[in-house]
Design a protein. Structure first.
Length: 269
C-alpha cells in the first residue's frame, strides 16, 4: 500500500550503452557503466544506484539494460531481478524509457519518475540530490517535462546543448527556466558562441516528470511506439513480458527521447 509521497518516487537508470568511446577499456561484454573507471572501488552504475537511493526507495529503482548485461547488473547491484528490464536489442533511449514507464505504470499510476544515465560523474552529490528532490516536488504538481542543464565551463563539442530563457524564470523558482531550443553536438565555433552567450547549458540527459505527462508526450509525439506498448501493457509483469517486449522492440524505430519528444513543442492543457 502506498502511504507517502516517497512511495511515488521512481527512478529509471538507462544502462544500455556499449561505451564505444572508452574502447579498449570499455568493451561490449563489459561497457563503461559496469567498470570502476575512476578507481573508487565502485563501478559507475553502482555509484548511480547508491546516489539515487537517497531520493527514492530502492525497490522503486529500475535498470534498463541489454539482455546480455542483465546478469552483470544483478551481480553488481544485488537487486530484485524484476527491477532489471532487459532490452532484446538496442533501440536508443525512447523505447528504453517507454519500456520503463509502462513497467512503472503497472505498479503505480501516480508515479513521479527521474530518468538518468548510468555513467555520470557527480562530484557535489548532496547538492545534486537536493536539486533532484526539488525537481520531484515541482513535477508532482505540474504537468511538465523537466530536464537538468549543466553550466558549461568550456566550448565542448561532445555534448548536446539546451538554450534556456534566462530572462523568464518560472515564478517562485529562480533556477527553473523554460527551454528555447535543443542543439545536438555543435562544431567548435558554435560551441564558443554558446559559451559566450550565457544562455546555453550542457544537456545532462537527466529528466524528471510525472507519469501522466510523459505518457501524454509519448502518445502525442511517438504515437506508434505508445500504441505498441499500450496494446500489451497487461502482459508487462507477467511470464509473457519477455515475448511481448521482443515483439514490441521489432516494431519500434530507433530514436532518442531527446529527438522524439524533448525537442518537440510540449503543450499540456
Amino acid at each position: 500500500m502506498l502511504n507517502s509521497d516517497m512511495d511515488d518516487r521512481y527512478v529509471i537508470i538507462m544502462a544500455g550503452g556499449v561505451g564505444s568511446r572508452f574502447w579498449p577499456l570499455s568493451r561490449r561484454e563489459k561497457p563503461k557503466q559496469f567498470l570502476d573507471i575512476l578507481g573508487t572501488g565502485e563501478t559507475l552504475i553502482q555509484q548511480t544506484f547508491k546516489r539515487f537511493k537517497a531520493a527514492c526507495p530502492q525497490e522503486n529503482i529500475y535498470i534498463v539494460t541489454s539482455s546480455e548485461h542483465k546478469n552483470l547488473a544483478l551481480e553488481q547491484l544485488g537487486i530484485n531481478p524484476s527491477n532489471v528490464l532487459a532490452e532484446p536489442f538496442r533501440r536508443n533511449t525512447a523505447p528504453c524509457l517507454a519500456y520503463g514507464t509502462f513497467r512503472i505504470l503497472k505498479e503505480n499510476p501516480r508515479a513521479v519518475i527521474t530518468v538518468t544515465p548510468a555513467d555520470h560523474l557527480i562530484i557535489k552529490e548532496e547538492e545534486f540530490c537536493n536539486v533532484i528532490r526539488e525537481s520531484i516536488d515541482f513535477v508532482r504538481e505540474n504537468d511538465v517535462l523537466l530536464t537538468l542543464g549543466i553550466k558549461p565551463d568550456r566550448p565542448e563539442t561532445g555534448y548536446g546543448y539546451i538554450q534556456a530563457d534566462n530572462k523568464k524564470p518560472v515564478e517562485g523558482h529562480r533556477n527553473l527556466l523554460k527551454v528555447k531550443t535543443f542543439t545536438e553536438k555543435p562544431d567548435i565555433d558554435l560551441a564558443k558562441i554558446f559559451l559566450q552567450s550565457g544562455d546555453f547549458y550542457w544537456n545532462s540527459g537527466i529528466f524528471i516528470w510525472n507519469i501522466r505527462s510523459i505518457l501524454r508526450a509519448f502518445e502525442k509525439h511517438l504515437p506508434d511506439m505508445f500504441s505498441a506498448f499500450d496494446d500489451g501493457k497487461n502482459l508487462i509483469g507477467t511470464d509473457q513480458e519477455e515475448m511481448f517486449i521482443g515483439r514490441t522492440y521489432t516494431e519500434c524505430k530507433s530514436i532518442s527521447i531527446d529527438f522524439g519528444i524533448m525537442e518537440k513543442p510540449i503543450m499540456f492543457s
